[in-house]
Design a protein around this ligand. Structure first.
Ligand code: FES
Ligand SMILES: [Fe+2]
Length: 374
């Protein structure tokens, strides 16, 4: 008998949450247009550096404001010149009085550790204390950092599935995994509140080409762990450590990384990634090699597979396709389950307080039924 979880409603977007919108240095005095949760958004900075996010559609004849220009702290529409300030209200009309009804939606946009986070839901619920905090490897002197951005041709939950199930590395990533990884690995899952951990250990494995690229040891084998943490709705942190076989983790080569997925449309997503390392941190040549290695794995191995999966799924709902559930899907399955509960709670208007999220995530909340699939 197989136990499967059946969500009460199809997965949509969780709106009252912070999503990664851009690297901070992408947001400047040139308008930047991106679509989040099916809504086009324009981002820019005021003259004092404050970040702004507005709906990227003029309320007059619906031109994209992002094609316009910044005039002091306002953005000027490229079609007939209406200007909008950071709160979305019209502040200038070349051709007459400022129309009071001319407003565009303004979205909270806050920064932490080099990431600009956007809140696409009820602005009154957006607060700094809810901002994701994944630590600051970008300013930690023990680490060298590379980072990137990748558009993904798949629903944002597909790359989340991919990241929580690292067994795919054995097949998809010749440099990151080993052909015999499954012989030496163990997997466990931990779920706590709105956080899920997928923990992999690879004991005495052959040193992978990727590890060889940065590890200073000459050993042929090593112990490696990869602990992936997911936080709702779609932000992940991966801690990878490598040691000599049986050695203490204090001496490990550490390769921590962020993976922030943001829905763009139902079938496309934004992928912001950051990879750090605690060896040869001043080696700029290695920075480049490291960046190419990571970018290439995501761009040429993960993303094309996710795009093919999305193509095969078409418009079908994930659960309606009744995917086979493997032991190693426990983390991805739990993350989907928690997110569905949050979305359902948001739909019925339950305040998304942290207490409520804990209650829902622990299984005490409404929105989920269990069904035995015999
Ligand atoms: S469409 Fe923007 S001012 Fe007319
Ligand atoms: Fe991958």
């Amino acid at each position: 008998m197989r136990i499967i979880f059946v969500p009460e409603a199809k997965i949509e977007y969780l709106r009252n949450a912070w999503y990664a919108a851009a690297w901070s240095d992408e947001v400047g005095r040139t308008p930047l247009s991106r679509t989040f949760l099916d809504q086009p958004v324009v981002m820019f900075r005021e003259e004092d550096g404050a970040p702004v996010a507005l709906a990227d559609r003029c309320p007059h004849r619906f031109a994209p404001l992002s094609k316009g220009k910044l005039v002091e702290n306002a953005i000027e529409c490229p079609y007939h010149g209406l200007r909008f300030g950071s709160d979305g209200s019209c502040v200038h009309n070349y051709h007459g009085p400022v129309p009071k009804a001319a407003t565009v939606q303004a979205f909270p946009l806050m920064e932490r550790h080099g990431v600009a986070w956007i809140w696409m839901g009820d602005a009154a619920q957006a607060s700094e204390d809810k901002l994701p905090d994944f630590g600051s490897f970008d300013t930690d002197p023990r680490f060298a950092v590379v980072r990137g951005y990748l558009p993904v041709s798949g629903n944002y939950q597909l790359p989340v599935d991919n990241l929580l199930d690292l067994t795919h590395a054995q097949f998809l990533h010749p440099a990151l995994g080993n052909p015999d990884s499954s012989d030496n690995s163990t997997f466990s899952m931990k779920s706590e509140g709105s956080t899920v951990w997928a923990k992999y250990f690879f004991k005495g494995e052959s040193v992978t080409p990727f590890t060889r690229m940065i590890w200073e040891s000459k050993s042929e084998t090593c112990d490696r762990w990869a602990h992936m943490r997911w936080d709702a709705p779609s932000n992940l942190y991966l801690e990878v450590g490598v040691t000599e076989c049986g050695a203490s983790s204090d001496e490990a080569l550490m390769i921590p990384s962020y993976h922030f997925l943001t829905p763009e449309t139902a079938k496309t997503s934004h992928y912001f990634w950051l990879n750090a390392r605690n060896v040869r941190i001043d080696d700029k040549t290695l920075d480049e090699i490291f960046w190419k290695g990571v970018d290439s794995a995501f761009r040429h191995e993960d993303e094309p597979m996710i795009a093919l999966v999305q193509e095969r799924m078409g418009d079908a709902d994930f659960d309606d396709l009744r995917p086979i559930f493997l032991t190693t899907d426990r983390a991805a399955g739990r993350a989907r389950q928690i997110l569905t509960q949050f979305i359902n709670a948001e739909r019925v208007g339950t305040p998304p307080t942290s207490d409520r999220q804990r209650e829902v995530a622990s299984g005490n909340g409404a929105g989920l039924t269990e069904k035995a699939n015999v």
